[in-house]
Design a protein around this ligand. Structure first.
Ligand code: ADP
Ligand code: MG
Length: 262
């Protein structure tokens, strides 16, 4: 069964039609990129999948169950994870403590608050860190880490919930090009090895065209093109949207989207 089926999602904010019949699938172990200019409706679409927004109409099927309109926490428990930036206050904690915090919050469902979490969850936290190549840094304060390594810790935290589907909103924002490629490759390796579906938005075209199995191009609430990197790159409407047809979507160009609205 398809992991995620998004069917004909509609969402309006007053006069703004932010999602118009948005329909797509995400399969297990696959990376799907949702791209488009500012205001295209990417965040609106993400939020309808994660539960932060209820669609006006349409369905969001996770393993065949409609999750549209459920509360975010319920959707998260059903297996939709999301990467969040490590909060400033957590920078004083060690790497492993940050992951333990995530495990403790997860365990809140089944264990008492006063469990000795420090000892119980440490092995599990270190195992999660090993998946993102950060086990050796477990006892370093997060504030000492390079930015790219903080991003790896964020990925480990998102994996703590054992998600079936991972939503990543601009995972490589603020990173240097080399780190970006490494983070996307790591995400792809984990997704493929664990059968996790990944839906991500991204402005960096190298990250999109280099790592996504499938690309969706959203413009003014509507998916105008979809397919592999080659298919989307050669699509005339896509080229029009990105720099009015002159965009270099072939290699090493961080294409900037042209204006979203007239
Ligand atoms: P993107 O993430 O692609 O930049 P958004 O989903 O944030 O686009 O926004 C899509 C459109 O919906 C924009 O025109 C935006 O102004 C509008 N919009 C988004 N959220 C709201 C809201 N809460 N209230 C009113 N308008 C909104
Ligand atoms: Mg957005």
């Amino acid at each position: 069964m398809t992991l995620l089926s998004v069917e004909r999602l509609e969402k309006s904010f007053g006069g703004v039609h932010a999602a118009r019949g948005v329909t797509f699938d995400v399969e297990r172990g696959r990376l799907v990129a949702l791209i488009g200019p500012n205001g295209a409706g990417k965040s609106t679409t993400f939020n309808m999948i994660g539960g932060q927004l209820a669609p006006d109409t349409g369905r969001v099927l996770l393993d065949g169950t409609d999750i549209a309109g459920l509360a975010p926490r319920k959707i998260w428990r059903l297996g939709v994870g999301r990467t969040f930036q490590v909060a400033q206050t957590f920078l004083s904690m060690t790497v492993v403590e940050n992951v333990q915090m995530a495990l403790i919050s997860l365990a809140g469902r089944t264990r008492g608050f006063w469990t000795d979490a420090a000892s119980i969850d440490r092995d599990e936290a270190v195992a999660l860190l090993a998946r993102v190549g950060m086990a050796a840094d477990a006892d370093r304060p997060c504030r000492e880490l390079a930015y790219g390594d903080v991003k790896r810790v964020e990925l480990a935290i998102a994996l703590a919930g054992s998600p079936k589907l991972l939503l990543m909103d601009e995972p490589t924002a603020g990173m240097a090009p080399k780190e970006r490629g490494e983070l996307m490759q790591l995400t792809a390796d984990i997704a493929r090895a664990s059968g996790i579906g990944v839906l991500f938005t991204e402005h960096d075209m190298d990250a999109v065209f280099g790592h996504a199995d499938h690309i969706l191009v959203l413009v003014r609430g509507e998916i105008i093109a979809r397919g592999t990197a080659d298919e989307v790159r050669s699509n005339a409407r896509v080229r029009e949207v990105y720099l009015g047809g002159t965009a270099d979507l072939t290699a090493h160009g961080t294409a900037r989207a042209a204006g979203a609205r007239p």
